[in-house]
Design a binder for this molecule. Structure first.
Ligand code: TYD
Length: 205
């Protein structure tokens, strides 16, 4: 019953909380499940993550290539083999993050990103993408208060307008594939969101 579920959303949208909660529900039922995060998830991905978060000034194109490099490694080394063994993979971020951040946010060519996404993943697509959507101000406020003023996240210091573009990007992506996306209001209580996500995942499993 291989199944690939991706959580997407802006910084501070509550993705990790929901991914953890889904992981617990699946584990409790004895389902073979693995959680990954991007960038990261492999030794190479971890090194690329450090580079991306180093604060080193980076051309948007370099940034794009590093995210794609981390993804190619993660898919080949971890995600694909696990799915091939019939497991469920829960990913914090995947190809749509690149489209939202580097495409809609940075303004890089979206056709190029689509192509790179396809090549890096060998065409692997999620069975479900869960989007946690909430107003940019609310999300950034959460980060500020929850993580004592920024933890070195790549886009912590980006202007609010950049985060707005990302939110619009995600909405456009979800609207173009309503069957593949579950869009939820990230301001709702976490337990309620978790139940709704679980109900949807059960229909897929
Ligand atoms: P992270 O600390 O993992 O943030 P989060 O908990 O919100 O996932 O940092 C990842 C950052 O990298 C996040 O700001 C989103 C960004 N990102 C991209 O710009 N492009 C990508 O393709 C990916 C996967 C992430």
């Amino acid at each position: 019953m291989a199944c690939f579920i991706v959580f997407e959303g802006g910084d501070g949208s509550g993705k990790s909380t929901q991914a953890r909660s889904l992981l617990r529900r699946l584990r409790r039922r004895g389902i073979k499940v693995l959680r990954t995060r991007e960038p990261g998830g492999t030794p190479l991905g971890q090194s690329l993550r450090l580079l991306l978060k180093s604060g080193e000034p980076m051309a948007p194109m370099s940034e794009l290539m590093l995210f794609e490099a981390a993804r190619a490694q993660l898919v080949q080394q971890v995600i694909r083999p696990f799915l091939d063994q019939g497991g469920v993979v829960i990913a914090d971020r995947f190809t749509s993050s690149t489209m939202a951040y580097q495409g809609y946010g940075r303004g890089l060519d979206r056709e190029l990103i689509e192509r790179l996404n396809r090549e890096a993943t060998g065409g692997l697509e999620p069975d479900l993408t869960v989007l946690l959507d909430l107003p940019v101000e609310t999300a950034l406020g959460r980060k500020g208060s929850g993580k004592s003023g920024g933890n070195g996240d790549t886009f912590d210091d980006a202007p609010v307008d950049f985060h707005r573009k990302i939110r619009r990007g995600y909405s456009a992506l979800a609207a173009s594939d309503p069957d593949g996306w579950l869009v939820l209001d990230g301001q709702r209580p976490p337990e309620e969101l978790s139940r709704e996500i679980w109900a949807k995942v059960q229909t897929i499993l």
